[in-house]
Ligand binder design. Structure first.
Ligand code: BG6
Length: 475
C-alpha cells in the first residue's frame, strides 16, 4: 500500500483547546506509530507566532523525554493569519500545495484533516476560508479531506440547524466529523459491546425489569477560568445535551443491523427521537458561586433532568441525567437500577436490596453488578449485597487505556464516523433540550445556589426519589 501523505491543519492552534487536547492527542498518535511517516501538522491562528514560538508554547503540554517532544514538535509548523480575508488562507494554501505537489509527484495519496479547535462563532469564516483558498487536494486515488469540528454545535435547535446548514453547504456529511469526546471513552464504547454481546442482559433490559437509570457527571472543580464561555452556555449545553445524551443513546438504543457507523447512528437517532422535550417540573438547576462568572449570572453549573423514552422498551422508565461543576467528587457513571425482586423470601426489605448495574467511565474504569448473595456462614437465609466486579485496573494491569481524543482523531484519519455525531442525532438531541434552555435563559426556572465542593442542591435528591431511585442499604 502506498503510504499516505497526511497533513493535519489545526485551526485555532494557539488556543486553549488545541494546547490541552489536540496537540497532546496528536503527539500520542505520533509516538505510538499511528501516524504515517509523512505527516505534517500545520497550526493556523490569528496570533502572530513563529514556528519556534508555537513549539515553545506546546512543549510543556506534551509528554515524554526532551527528544520525544522534539521529534513530534519537528512536525509542527505554524501559519499566522486572519479568519476572514484572503491573505492568511493564501499563505496556508501555498504551504499545503507545495507539500502535496511533492506527494503527487511520487503518486502518494494525500489525506488532509482540518481540525477546528475554535468556537463555532468563527466556523463560517474559517470553513469558507479553507474551502475557498485551500481545498485543492490532488485528485489522486485514495486522497481525502475531512473536517473535525468541536462542540458546542450551536446554542439551541435553531442555531444548530443554521450551523449545520452552513457547514453542509461546504462539506458533505461524509467529510464532517463532529467530535463528542465522550464517544471516545473506553467505557462508552464498551457500553455498546456489553449491551449487545451478552445474552444475560438482553431479557432484563427493558421497563419490565428496570426501574430507573441514572447518568451522572460530577466535577470537583469549577469553570477553571472559563467562566465567560460557561456563562453563555451553562451545564446543560456544555455536558448534558451532548456527552450525557450520547451515553443515554447507548444505554437505550435498539440493536443495530450491523456495526456499520450509519447503522449504529440510525438506531441512536431513533431512540433520541422517542424522547419528549424536558418539562419544567422534571428539572432541578443549581449555581455555584464562581468568581470568573459575571456577578448576577444565573447560568446553571448544575442540572438534573428526568427524561422519558416513549417506546415499547422504555415507556415510564425515568432516565435521570445529572451534571455539576464544583461538586464533592469527580466521577462519570451510569447506574441502571432494577425493580425489587418480587416475593422476597429472605427477610429484609427488597426495596432497598436492588440489583444495580454500574458502569463507571471515570475515574478508574469499572463495571459492577450489585447482587444479593448469601452471607457466608452457618445462618441460612441471611443475605448481603455484594458485587460482581470488573475493575479494569485489576483485570487489565498495565494496559494503557487511550484517552478519548487520540482515539477519535485516529478514527477520523481512518475514515470511521461511528463515534462522531451525525447531523440528525444532533438535531434530535437539541430538540429535547431547546424549550428547557429557552426557559432557563429567560430566567423562568429557579436556580438553587449550592456551596463549592458540596453534593449540589438537595432538590436533586427529591428528583431522583421521584424517579424511583432507591439507595441500596449496604448490609
Ligand atoms: C467538556 C466540557 O466537553 O468536557 C467541560 O466543555 C468538561 O466543561 C469536560 O469539563 C469533561 O471532560 P472529561 O473528559 O474530563 O470528563
Amino acid at each position: 500500500e502506498r503510504e499516505l501523505c497526511l497533513t493535519i491543519v489545526v485551526a485555532g492552534a494557539s488556543g486553549d483547546l488545541a494546547g490541552k487536547k489536540t496537540y497532546p492527542a496528536l503527539q500520542f498518535l505520533f509516538q505510538h506509530g499511528f501516524l504515517p511517516r509523512n505527516v505534517a501538522i500545520i497550526g493556523y491562528a490569528r496570533t502572530q507566532l513563529t514556528n519556534q514560538q508555537l513549539r515553545d508554547k506546546l512543549r510543556p503540554r506534551l509528554k515524554g523525554s526532551d527528544k520525544e517532544r522534539d521529534d513530534f514538535l519537528g512536525r509542527c509548523t505554524y501559519v499566522a493569519g486572519a479568519y476572514d480575508g484572503a491573505d492568511g488562507w493564501n499563505k496556508l494554501a501555498a504551504v499545503l500545495n507545495e507539500r502535496e505537489a511533492r506527494a503527487r509527484f511520487c503518486c502518494q495519496p494525500c489525506g488532509r484533516l482540518y481540525y477546528l479547535a475554535l468556537p463555532p462563532s468563527v466556523y463560517p469564516q474559517v470553513c469558507a476560508g479553507l474551502k475557498t483558498y485551500c481545498d485543492d487536494i490532488p485528485p489522486s486515488d485514495g486522497s481525502w479531506l475531512r473536517v473535525i469540528v468541536e462542540k458546542p454545535f450551536g446554542n439551541d435547535l435553531q442555531s444548530s440547524e443554521e450551523l449545520s446548514d452552513m457547514l453542509g453547504k461546504l462539506y458533505p456529511e461524509k467529510q464532517l466529523y463532529r467530535i463528542d469526546h465522550y464517544l471516545g471513552k473506553e467505557m462508552a464504547q464498551n457500553l455498546f459491546v456489553m449491551r449487545f454481546a451478552n445474552m444475560f442482559l438482553s431479557p432484563v433490559w427493558n421497563r419490565n425489569c428496570i426501574s430507573n437509570v441514572q447518568i451522572t457527571f460530577k466535577e470537583d472543580f469549577g469553570t477553571q477560568g472559563r467562566g465567560g464561555y460557561f456563562d453563555s452556555f451553562g451545564i446543560i449545553r456544555d455536558v448534558i445535551q451532548n456527552h450525557l445524551m450520547q451515553l443515554l443513546a447507548f444505554v437505550a438504543m435498539e440493536k443495530p443491523l450491523s456495526i456499520h457507523p450509519d447503522d449504529i447512528r440510525d438506531e441512536k437517532v431513533k431512540v433520541l427521537r422517542c424522547i419528549k422535550p424536558v418539562s419544567d417540573h422534571n428539572v432541578v438547576l443549581g449555581a455555584v458561586h464562581d468568581p470568573t462568572v459575571p456577578p448576577g449570572s444565573k447560568t446553571p453549573t448544575f442540572a438534573a433532568v428526568t427524561l422519558f423514552i416513549d417506546n415499547d422498551r422504555w415507556a415510564g422508565v425515568p432516565f435521570v441525567l445529572k451534571a455539576g461543576k464544583a461538586l464533592d467528587d469527580r466521577k462519570a457513571e451510569i447506574r441502571v437500577q432494577l425493580r425489587p425482586t418480587p416475593h422476597f423470601v429472605f427477610g429484609g426489605d427488597p426495596e432497598t436490596a436492588r440489583n444495580e448495574l454500574v458502569v463507571r467511565l471515570q475515574p478508574d474504569e469499572a463495571i459492577y453488578l450489585k447482587m444479593i448473595v448469601k452471607r457466608p456462614g452457618l445462618e441460612t437465609g441471611d443475605t448481603a449485597i455484594s458485587e460482581l466486579d470488573l475493575d479494569y485496573g485489576k483485570r487489565y494491569p498495565g494496559v494503557v487505556i487511550p484517552d478519548a481524543y487520540p482515539r477519535l482523531i485516529l478514527d477520523a484519519i481512518r475514515g470511521d464516523q461511528q463515534h462522531f455525531v451525525r447531523r440528525d442525532e444532533l438535531r434530535a438531541a437539541w430538540a429535547i433540550f431547546t424549550p428547557l434552555l429557552h426557559a432557563v435563559d429567560a430566567g423562568r426556572l429557579p436556580v438553587h445556589p449550592y456551596p463549592y465542593g458540596s453534593r449540589g442542591p438537595e432538590e436533586a435528591d427529591e428528583l431522583l426519589a421521584r424517579a424511583g431511585f432507591v439507595k441500596n442499604r449496604e448490609y
